[in-house]
Design a protein around this ligand. Structure first.
Ligand SMILES: Cc1cc2nc3c(=O)[nH]c(=O)nc-3n(C[C@H](O)[C@H](O)[C@H](O)COP(=O)(O)O)c2cc1C
Length: 361
């Protein structure tokens, strides 16, 4: 069978495999470059990277690979009421978290000036830094941003969780669209409807979007091996984006407990929860989710919730505890087997060969 893939042609990569970006500081240049150097495309989740660090990051990645790579940002950087909160509100939220900070023996944080970098500043710096590709979630950048990317030959990759979002990205003129099913680990990156109302599986979503947009589609969510990549290609995608499978590799920046759990074969259940950050995300149920879900209506919006949880998470990791940390994982995690990029990419590549895949690039 001869399969062609226009995504590989546009990105100039050999294999129809994209390492999904990881936000929250767990992307590493080593992971991204290892994937790009093996014929796929690595992506660096840069949504917490300060604008003045964007050039350094891009140059570092360029020094590690001649292949294509993407920097990834979150277009919407706060939910309503989450950009600034008053002192009283900060104290109320601190009260919710105080028992956890107390149990972990860490001080409650003082009120910061900002909870998240401004997307507009980040994207300006990103365009200046000129990475080969710019992928994004939680929205559509302005016409001016898309136009500037085109001028600079930066390939734009938007992300859709339903058909309307795919159509909006297409109308905005992006080069590629990731259709992400609700199996995916990490956030449900919806922007036109509530994430809870955009819970479509990859098997349904990919052909629905592929049939309605003018640009090539990348399938994401629940893909862990060559069978899944081939299935995505058969559904009309030009490439597959894998997240959890790359997160389990030693080159990713996640912590040892998380990696061991991902590779344990034991993650049979995952849940969608707003308790990690204030936005809906998929991970493994633990005490943090159980207790915070009971107070869900009292929790602050993104990114304030993320700010408080991130400090609990750091303390948990330092103390080798998992009960109050965010354990992001996709639905296919129980099948993960590879602990390095070389092992995973070799298996994907030989699995694709065995199934008759031929690169169009
Ligand atoms: C810990 C974690 C963080 C993620 N952060 C981002 C992000 O910042 N931006 C993004 O576009 N996708 C993000 N994703 C989604 C992945 O890039 C990828 O699309 C998804 O994991 C694919 O589903 P899978 O986990 O079933 O393979 C994240 C996923 C995980 C597991």
């Amino acid at each position: 069978m001869h399969m062609t893939s226009n995504v590989t042609g546009i990105l100039g990569i050999d294999l129809p495999i994209i390492q999904g970006p990881f936000g929250g500081g767990i992307s590493t240049p080593e992971l991204v470059s290892a994937v790009s150097n093996r014929g796929g495309m690595g992506s660096f989740g840069a949504h917490i990277v300060a604008p003045d660090k964007m050039a350094e990051l891009t140059n570092n990645l360029r020094s590690l690979t001649d292949g294509a790579f993407a920097l990834n940002l979150w277009v919407s950087d706060h939910d309503p009421g989450g950009e600034v909160i008053g002192v009283e509100e900060f104290e109320r939220v601190s009260g919710i978290f105080a028992p956890y900070y107390h149990e972990l023996g860490v001080d409650l944080p003082t009120m910061p000036d900002r909870y998240h970098e401004r997307f507009e500043d980040q994207v300006e710096a990103l365009i200046e830094a000129k990475p080969p590709a710019f992928s994004f979630v939680f929205g559509v950048p302005s016409k001016a941003v898309i136009a500037k990317c085109k001028q600079q030959n930066i390939i734009t990759i938007g992300t859709a969780t339903n058909v309307a979002e795919g159509e909006a990205l297409d109308a905005a003129g992006v080069d590629l669209i990731v259709a992400t099913g609700f199996e995916a680990g990490g956030h449900r990156v919806s922007f036109l409807k509530r994430a809870e109302d955009s819970l479509i599986g990859t098997l349904a979503l990919v052909p629905l979007i592929a049939d309605r947009v003018s640009v090539p589609v990348i399938a994401a969510g629940g893909i862990s091996d060559a069978r899944g990549v081939m299935a995505a290609l058969h559904l009309g995608a030009g490439a597959a984006q894998l997240g959890s499978a790359f997160l389990a590799c030693s080159e990713s920046g996640t912590n040892d407990q998380h990696r061991q759990l991902l590779l344990s074969g034991e993650i049979h259940d995952t849940v969608l929860t707003r308790t990690y950050t204030g936005r809906l995300a998929r991970g493994v149920r633990n005490k943090l989710i159980d207790e915070m879900e009971k107070r869900i209506t009292e929790l602050p919006p993104f990114p304030v919730q993320a700010f408080f949880v991130s400090k609990i998470k750091a303390a948990c990791i330092a103390q080798n505890r998992t009960e109050f940390t965010s354990i992001y994982a996709g639905q296919a995690s129980a099948n993960l087997k590879h602990d390095s990029v070389s092992s995973l990419m070799d298996a994907l590549s030989s699995g694709l060969d065995a199934r008759g895949y031929k690169s169009a690039a």
